[in-house]
Design a protein around this ligand. Structure first.
Ligand SMILES: [Fe+2]
Length: 192
């Protein structure tokens, strides 16, 4: 089942009409999957729910970037129909699609299921851990020139950092500091 989902998402990224492209699959989706695997035992999340959700969480944005603002809701509906078609038990389907619906910002412990906490934290961690790709994404997908893209990325990681689960924050700290470092404006330093 997981290999079906890998193929489905990779093919969706590879389609010429996808604004995100194959780089998004390799540099974001697979990174989120790896962090979800790492966080699941720490957070007590079930991998059989988190992994399908990790692979499908951005599918709606991959398929139609123009509706990015709704991609979590559209993605939850897509995940529901895909996972039902693959024959997953209904409670797994609903739990995974709820993860997709809530992945955009880190869900605090006690405010969602362990799987929702896991995926939403893994997504934020993946953004912090891959600044070079995120800056590329800002340019290619969001059409932001470098200073605007850098400011967008800086605001994004700063917004998510205080919302991370405490156990995840320990793991994320070096990545967060690295992301901040990638956004240093050298011109400000050279013009006191
Ligand atoms: Fe994501």
């Amino acid at each position: 089942m997981i290999s079906n989902l890998h193929s489905l998402v990779e093919c969706a990224c590879a389609r010429p009409e996808s604004r995100l492209g194959l780089d998004f699959y390799r540099e974001h989706i697979l990174v989120v999957e790896r962090f979800a695997c790492r966080l699941a035992p720490i957070l007590g999340a079930r991998l059989d729910i988190v992994l399908p959700a990790a692979l499908l969480h951005d599918l709606a944005a991959i398929e139609d970037f123009s509706r990015f603002a709704e991609h979590h809701e559209l993605g939850a509906a897509r995940a529901t129909s895909i996972l039902r078609e693959l024959g997953l038990p209904e409670d797994h389907v609903l739990a995974a699609s709820a993860c997709v619906r809530r992945h955009v910002l880190p869900v605090a412990q006690g405010e969602g299921t362990a799987e929702e906490v896991c995926l939403s934290n893994a997504d934020a961690l993946a953004q912090m851990a891959n600044p070079s790709y995120c800056l590329h994404y800002a340019r290619e997908a969001r059409a932001l020139h470098f200073p605007a893209g850098r400011d967008w990325y800086l605001a994004l990681v700063k917004h998510r950092w205080p919302r991370l689960h405490p156990a995840v924050a320990d793991l994320a700290r070096p990545h967060y500091l690295c992301a901040l470092g990638a956004c240093v404006d050298d011109r400000a330093d050279s013009n006191p």
